[in-house]
Design a protein around this ligand. Structure first.
Ligand code: NDP
Length: 341
């Protein structure tokens, strides 16, 4: 089969691409420039390169940008939509730069599939645990029945984290609303993953000094590069993580499995705190000790009576066996060190 993977150069998408290729799919990706498309192709093993192509879509927030892709590729059976224009920083106008494009980027692709494709059977959208959790008024236990209580007004107020959270909630809501309103011939599943750790995408330019990577891995990068030498930063507000390879497999299976249709999946592997991550790095990479505060100099800020998560749907329907924190942190550090060589 043939699958469309949006945001192909992204962290999570790069792992999804690997899984899709392992499982024999041909993949059309979307990237934001020719240059990024070429870099992506060059990062793929030669023997697989013929199975990957790309389309350039510089901004998914614009109207009608998907139509040519679906008109051209009439064999696509699945779509995995990871691209998301909104981050927790780097924008000025919350509605114009973040909420609007996030919602349009999601409804736009659904509209276009509905109008131009009769082959697509399943669409999987990368939402986020941000669409589930309601900090600071946490529930005792979260599962897929939960929706974040964040409001549009909070989303457009000045806090960028809130804007990001609102973008994920309202974009996912808009997707389910689209499905209810139009009953298209494809079904939808969403992956609501929490803070995601794991190896960096192969298509990042090598040999550069990385200064920023995605928000979740950033804490690990900062520890490796000595930016927490004077003290481990507080972990709050989220103390759950998942490994990117589990997130990738969840996307693949949510696309393949019949009973995944119409479902959200809360994809969370376990708890963590920055102090625990630092302890793993200290134990497993003695050569990095000089980048961390002196031994015994940090306290674990993991809260007493932390809320719980129920990830049983992802285990039952998608058969995910979650990786532990140590393996995830170790592989992330190895990947950072490899880039900086
Ligand atoms: P990345 O930043 O690595 O990937 C995001 C991708 O979206 C990139 O390929 C980026 O392209 C692309 N993109 C951004 N803005 C636009 C735009 N306006 N038009 C077209 N493409 C755009 O992030 P992740 O891999 O971490 O995130 C992937 C998805 O997972 C997102 O939806 C994110 O919200 C979600 N998520 C991530 C979590 C995490 O911990 N990492 C946790 C929960 C959810 P380019 O790089 O060229 O700008």
């Amino acid at each position: 089969g043939q699958v469309l993977l949006t945001g192909g150069t992204g962290f999570i998408a790069s792992h999804i691409l690997d899984r899709l290729l392992d499982h024999g799919y041909d993949v059309v990706t979307t990237v934001r420039s020719e240059e990024k498309g070429q870099r992506l192709l060059q990062s793929i093993d030669e023997t697989l390169a013929g199975r990957v192509s790309y389309a350039v879509i510089p901004d998914i927030g614009q109207e009608g940008v998907w139509d040519d892709v679906f008109k051209k590729h009439q064999q696509l059976t699945g779509v995995i939509h990871t691209a998301s224009p909104c981050k927790t920083s780097g924008f000025t106008d919350p509605v114009k730069d973040c909420l609007g494009p996030a919602i349009n980027g999601t409804t736009g692709i659904l509209k276009s599939i509905h109008a131009h494709s009769s082959s697509v059977k399943r669409v999987v959208i990368t939402s986020s645990s941000a669409a589930i959790l309601s900090p600071p008024n946490h529930r005792q236990i979260y599962d897929e029945s939960c929706w974040s209580d964040i409001t549009w007004e909070q989303g457009i107020a000045s806090k960028k984290d809130d804007t990001y959270r609102a973008s994920k909630k309202f974009a996912e809501r808009a997707a389910w609303d689209f499905m209810a309103a139009h009953s298209p011939s494809f079904s939808l599943a969403t992956i609501n993953n929490t803070f995601t750790f794991g190896p960096l995408p192969r298509s990042l330019p090598k040999g550069q000094s990385l200064s920023s990577i995605n928000d979740s891995n950033q804490r690990i990068l900062d520890m490796v590069q000595g930016r927490m030498r004077d003290g481990i930063r507080p972990t709050a507000p989220v103390f759950t993580f998942v490994d990117v390879r589990d997130v990738a497999l969840a996307h693949l299976r949510a696309m393949e499995r019949k009973d995944a249709g119409g479902k959200r999946f809360y994809v969370v592997g376990g708890y963590f705190s920055n102090a625990q991550v630092a302890s793993i790095i200290r134990d497993k990479f003695p050569e990095l000790n000089r980048m961390l505060p002196e031994s015994g100099q940090w306290e674990d800020d993991f809260p007493k009576n932390h809320w719980r998560f129920d990830n049983s749907r992802s285990k039952e329907v998608l058969s995910i066996q979650y990786q532990g924190l140590e393996a995830s942190v170790v592989d992330t550090v190895l990947s950072i060190l490899e880039y900086e060589k």
